[in-house]
Ligand binder design. Structure first.
Ligand code: HEM
Length: 342
């Protein structure tokens, strides 16, 4: 089985049902964990399972390949999901403040954002959702949150390669270029904004929200071809996530049933099976423990605004088509096209 593409394969739901709860894969040198309760327990065990030291990893690559990645080191040094201990706690606190100050502004802006970006889909016969509608919408939401102008110059899935330990040197070089451009644009157009916090929020939240909206809508719409939008039952919680995997490293031996995750082992945990759990547990789609998501309330505000807008469409959904990007952590449609009729 190709484990690295499992999370974005069309057959993933069926495959999750047949796969072991936890196993070690020699080739990828990682533990793989699929059982939702176990994923949640391990995420909460954040003293014994920590995030990889990405600053050290990038510095090692710099030394080995005689390359410089100053903008990536800057970004990584401020992204809480790549940091442990006190540094992590301090940055997380600062980001939480920005997010909670931004939420009322975003809530106030959502009706107009929906009217401008999402409602026009109802009038089109063959719309494309991801780059034409969802990406500009999510970009503006982050502009409001971080108090910076849009569009910001970074393509989807470029900077989030930082979370992928299988990333190539070439992809890191691309990410370095995009991180530099993003910082330069922020410095020129929003000098009053704390650049480190803005970069951290954009890197952590933009692809997560975009991927979740796009993949969740793909699933709902695919199950409702032929129906009027007004008759589709849109769930209160996204049925899919764009953030498929969390990676950690064990600091000590951890016993899980008959197995032992040894100190130093890598652990790859899957979020997607959590979406089949009861609604209380579904919140864990946004993580658990020290690194749980700071963007959950805003993401759910956006979700609710999206489904209310789509319920108001007067068109009928004829067909849906979508292709997924190849990515080791995220689930992100390259495009999502629908066909509508009246
Ligand atoms: C529906 C969209 C989103 C989903 C499904 C999602 C999911 C997640 C998950 C699963 C984690 C934990 C990852 C891990 O433990 O390895 C996480 C972390 C995080 N998310 Fe989100 N996220 C979303 C949107 C956002 C948004 C919009 C923001 C910004 C406002 C955001 C900010 C963060 C931050 C700052 C962290 C790291 C916290 C830390 O390390 O202390 N997320 N997210």
């Amino acid at each position: 089985m190709d484990l690295l593409s499992l999370h974005y394969r069309a057959s993933r739901r069926a495959e999750f049902k047949t796969i072991d709860d936890i196993f070690f894969n020699q080739e990828l040198k990682s533990w793989f964990v699929f059982k939702p309760e176990l994923v949640i327990d391990l995420l909460r065990d954040d003293d014994r399972l920590i995030v990889p030291d990405t600053v050290a990893n990038i510095k090692m690559l710099e030394a080995r390949y005689k390359r410089q990645f100053p903008n990536l080191i800057y970004a990584v040094s401020h992204i809480p999901l790549l940091l442990n201990g006190e540094v992590h706690r301090d940055i997380r606190r600062g980001l939480a403040e920005i997010v909670s100050r931004g939420r009322p502004r975003i809530l106030a802006g959502l009706p107009e954002l929906m009217a401008r970006h999402i409602a026009p889909l109802d009038q089109e016969t063959h719309p494309e959702w991801v780059s034409a509608r969802l990406s500009p919408l999510v970009g503006e939401i982050f502009g409001i949150m971080c108090d910076c102008p849009v569009p910001l110059p970074f393509p989807k899935l470029a900077l989030t390669r930082l979370f992928d330990r299988f990333v190539s040197l070439a992809a890191l070089g691309e990410a370095e270029k995009h991180a530099g451009q993003l910082r330069q644009r922020l410095a020129e157009t929003a000098p009053h904004v704390d650049q480190a916090y803005a970069v951290a929020l954009l890197v952590l939240g933009r692809d997560s929200l975009l991927g979740t909206l796009a993949t969740a809508f793909h699933t709902i719409l695919s199950e409702n071809e032929g129906k009027c939008f007004a008759d589709i039952e849109f769930p209160d919680f996204p049925p899919e996530t764009g953030v498929a995997i969390a990676e950690r490293i064990a600091t000590t031996d951890i016993t899980v049933g008959a197995r032992t995750i040894a100190a130093g082992d890598r652990v790859r945990m899957y979020f997607q099976p959590i979406s089949d759990m009861s609604s209380a547990n579904k919140q864990a789609l946004f993580g658990a423990g020290a690194h749980s998501c700071l963007g959950r309330p805003i993401s759910l505000d956006v979700w609710r605004a999206m489904i209310e807008t789509c319920k108001g469409f007067s068109s009928r959904l004829i067909s849906v088509s979508c292709e997924f990007e190849s990515n080791n952590i995220f689930v992100m449609p390259q495009f999502l096209r629908t066909e509508h009729a009246r």
